[in-house]
Write a protein that binds this ligand. Structure first.
Ligand SMILES: [Mg+2]
Length: 106
């Protein structure tokens, strides 16, 4: 499934539940922040080593997968609501990042 199809799927999901009125850019941006905090909460008290081996903890790994999905869902929904071309936005930002942080520099 490509990003355009995901945008359509998420729009249909919201429309079928009468959630479109709640999916303002402000609310979606806040939802992304909340879900990012839920992701951070999983790792909050782990040592760096524990976080690196999270795949060995089935419950924590599943929770990580779910929170990452929440972040991506709201991000793609926000892109859909604002008609942002996600692939183009990433291409442009990666170009900015590559100039800001040249490879091989510390
Ligand atoms: Mg969540």
């Amino acid at each position: 499934m490509d990003i355009s199809e995901l945008k359509d799927r998420l729009a249909k999901f919201a429309r079928n539940r009468n959630w479109e009125g709640f999916h303002t850019p402000k609310n979606l941006a806040m939802a992304i922040t909340v879900e990012a905090a839920e992701l951070a909460e999983i790792f909050q008290w782990m040592t760096p080593e524990e976080s690196l081996s999270i795949a060995n903890d089935k419950k924590a790994f599943k929770a990580t997968q779910e929170e990452l999905a929440d972040i991506l869902i709201y991000s793609i929904r926000l892109a859909g609501v604002l008609n942002i071309d996600v692939e183009k936005a990433i291409d442009e930002k990666m170009e900015i990042n590559s100039q800001k942080y040249p490879a091989g520099r510390k």
